[in-house]
Every structure is written in structure tokens, then in C-alpha cells.
Write a protein that binds this ligand. Structure first.
Ligand SMILES: NC(=O)N[C@@H](CC(=O)O)C(=O)O
Ligand SMILES: [Zn+2]
Ligand SMILES: [Zn+2]
Length: 395
């Protein structure tokens, strides 16, 4: 077992190949160590070469679990790999008060299959009528971990969101003082703003002014999709972070639109051009500590995606860890995957890291699971459309 950074890289066999050890003795200690670290990536199991990667168990800092039959079906897909997740409050009706969050949390825990270990981190949906005292008390008691800001009309189930940002000023000031993180769906909704520009315009017109006006407010820019957002978060003084989804690291708008429209790649914010995807991948794999995984895994039934006015949302929970290992491997940054999935998020949310681990194994191409059956209808699982060679090792 070799340690590298906080990650643990394991090989399968009991011994390193003899020629590598001999080589190691011939050169300086430091080079020998580096050589062995490299060998650690490649273990031998019989004649078949396998590569394994053990990480602290990851968390998902942006997840939609829905409710009822859908919740029951999708929850195990996340709980299998992830220890905790920030649970989005955009139910119909939304999770607005601490009483709503308490009962939603109970429904999630009741839906968790026995033997699965998973902690839902609850959020409140910010409205123009949100009571600051309720938010602060809910955070102080540990019931909620963040408050979610949806500009009204920006995305799925956002009709109760904020229209007039001045009306939430008092809540944001109270949150800044108490250190309650604000998760933001960062898109303007004005009809004249092109959908591909909505995130960049939001940063300039809404987010930056709010942050300047509310010093100390801790903000997570959710599911960023542009080089503009990458550049903005890179300036973080510690009060700003960003999440990136699995799918935005793997697809661009050509994947969505060229050769026929692919409804299962449609989400909001919509995927942008390739140069933006490259900026996201560069940031995610860079080791930058204010960026972490938020899958935005958002289940919609197949029929509500494959229709004349399809819903926005990509369901990626079942395949996220293999997909991310593929992306990080291609970037030569497997040693930074753990920071992105398991360390940076807890650091920003001021929570302990998970003590248990998961192991990923490299092998044959991953078979994308068949649509997940739910009581509401099947949900299609994200398929990046290219081979993913990683698998989560199941006990
Ligand atoms: N991302 C999406 O396209 N959809 C999300 C809402 C959201 O996170 O914006 C959903 O709830 O379906
Ligand atoms: Zn969103
Ligand atoms: Zn979302």
C-alpha cells in the first residue's frame, strides 16, 4: 500500500516486480520512492494487470432525491458510494421552513435501506418570505447545512424562487453573520439573455453585487459550467466555492445537439462549448481547494425527458465515481480525485472528512446500467457516450 497525498493507492499483488526493486536500489532514495509510487499504480494480479485506487468515501454536495416512490428508488444509488449529500429542496411544494426540512429528512431516512450508511445534509429553499430567525435556528441546531437560492424561473421547480434580491437582503445578512452557506443556482432569467450567457451574466449582475454588499457571506456556486465561473471562483478569499457536476466534466453542447437532440444530456445550466468544459476539467483536476463534487444528479422519468418539452436534469448518481476516475485519469490527476470528491467539500462546509473508504478498480469498459425502475417510471442513467474503465469495488 502506498500513500500519496491523502489518497491511498493499492496494488493487488503482494510484491512489487523484482526488477523495479533492483532499479530502486541503484538510484537515490527519492527517485526510488517515486519509481515505486509509479509501480503502485500498476499492480499485478496473476497475469492480468489491475489498477486500484482507494479514497476516503466521497460526499455529494448537490443532489436531488425527490420524494415518494422516486426517492425510494434513487436513494440507494447515492448511498451505495456516498457518505453524505447536500439535499436540494426543490420539491413541489418546496422545502421552505425548518418544519419542512425536518419531515423531509425523516422521509429520506425512512427510505434508506437497512444496512446502508448515509447522512442527508438538509437545505432550505430561499423565498422572499423566508424568516431569518427560522434559518439561523435550523442551522444552529444542525438540522440544515445550507440555504438554496433559485432565481425564480431559472430551473426545475424554481417558481417560488427569488425575483427581487433586495427582499432577501435581511436573510443573507443574518446568514453571513451566522456562517450559514448559501448555495446558488447562478443563472439570470431575463428573456433577452441568451441561455448560454446566463451564468456569466449572473455572476456580474447578481452574485458579485450580493457578495460585495454582504461581506462574510459564504457562497457555493452550484454546478458551474463556464470558464467565467472558473475564473471567478479562483479569486476566492475563502468565502466562495463552486461545485462541478459529473456530466459537465464529460460533455459539451455538441454532445447535446449534434446528430440529433439528446434529451438525457439536457440540464440546467445547459452544457457550454468545449473550451468551457476544458476549463471545468482543468479546475476540478487542479487540486484547487474551493472546488468540489456536486453531481446535481437529478432524476426525471424517461417519458418526461423524451418529449416535446423535456425536463432539465441528468441522473448520474449510479455512475459518478467511475466517470470521475476516468476524467481524472485522463488528466493525469488520479491523485487529486480524493480532494475533489472527499476533502474539499467537508473543508468548506466545516465538517469532518469521512473515515471509511471506497475502492475503484480499472478494468473492462463499464456497462452503463439499464434505466432505473421507479414507482413513477424508468429513469435513464447518464451515459457519457465513451468508454469508462473504472468500477467501484463492491464488498
Ligand atoms: N440541473 C437541472 O437541470 N435540474 C435540476 C434543478 C437544478 O439543479 O437546477 C432538477 O431539479 O431537475
Ligand atoms: Zn440548479
Ligand atoms: Zn440541481
Amino acid at each position: 500500500m502506498l500513500q500519496r497525498g491523502m489518497g491511498v493507492f493499492r496494488r493487488c499483488g503482494a510484491h512489487y516486480p523484482a526488477h523495479c526493486l533492483k532499479f530502486g536500489r541503484l538510484i537515490s532514495d527519492r527517485i526510488a520512492k517515486a519509481a515505486l509510487a509509479l509501480v503502485g499504480w500498476l499492480g499485478y494480479s496473476g497475469t492480468a494487470m489491475t489498477q486500484t485506487l482507494t479514497l476516503r468515501r466521497p460526499d455529494d454536495w448537490h443532489l436531488h432525491l425527490r420524494d415518494g416512490a422516486m426517492l425510494e428508488a434513487v436513494l440507494p444509488e447515492t448511498a451505495r458510494d456516498f457518505a453524505r449529500a447536500i439535499i436540494m429542496p426543490n420539491l413541489v411544494p418546496p422545502v421552505v421552513t425548518s418544519a419542512d426540512a425536518t419531515s423531509y429528512r425523516e422521509r429520506i431516512l425512512a427510505a434508506l435501506p437497512e444496512g446502508m450508511d448515509f447522512t442527508p445534509l438538509m437545505t432550505l429553499y430561499l423565498t422572499e418570505a423566508t424568516d431569518p430567525a427560522d434559518v439561523i435556528a435550523a442551522h444552529a441546531s444542525g438540522l440544515i447545512s445550507a440555504v438554496k437560492l433559485y432565481p425564480a424561473g431559472a430551473t426545475t421547480n424554481s417558481a417560488s424562487g427569488v425575483r427581487d434580491f433586495d427582499k432577501v437582503r435581511g436573510v443573507l445578512e443574518a446568514m453571513a453573520e451566522a456562517g450559514v452557506p448559501l448555495c446558488v443556482h447562478g443563472e439570470v432569467t431575463r428573456a433577452e439573455i441568451d441561455i448560454f450567457d446566463r451564468e456569466a451574466v449572473f455572476i456580474e449582475e447578481v452574485l458579485d453585487p450580493i457578495r460585495r454588499r454582504t461581506p462574510g457571506l459564504r457562497v457555493v456556486m452550484e454546478h458551474i459550467t463556464t470558464a467565467d465561473a472558473c475564473a471567478y471562483v479562483k479569486e476566492s478569499d475563502g468565502s466562495l466555492a463552486a461545485t462541478i457536476t459529473t456530466h459537465h466534466l464529460m460533455i459539451n453542447r455538441n454532445h447535446l445537439l449534434v446528430g440529433g437532440i439528446k434529451p438525457h444530456y439536457y440540464c440546467l445550466p445547459v452544457a457550454k462549448r468545449e473550451s468551457h468544459r476544458e476549463a471545468l476539467a482543468a479546475l476540478a483536476t487542479s487540486g484547487f481547494r474551493y472546488v468540489f463534487l456536486g453531481t446535481d444528479s437529478a432524476p426525471h422519468t424517461k417519458d418526461t425527458k423524451e418529449c416535446a418539452c423535456g425536463c432539465a436534469g441528468v441522473f448520474s448518481a449510479s455512475v459518478t465515481m467511475p466517470c470521475l476516475a476516468q476524467v481524472f485519469e485522463e488528466a493525469g490527476a488520479l491523485d487529486r480525485l480524493e480532494g475533489f470528491t472527499s476533502l474539499n467539500g467537508p473543508a468548506f462546509y466545516r465538517m469532518p472528512v469521512n473515515e471509511d473508504t471506497i475502492t475503484l478498480t480499472k478494468g473492462a469498459a463499464l456497462e452503463i446500467p439499464a434505466p432505473l425502475p421507479t414507482g413513477d417510471g424508468p429513469v435513464v442513467v447518464f451515459d457519457p457516450g465513451r468508454p469508462v474503465h473504472w468500477h467501484v469495488q463492491r464488498a
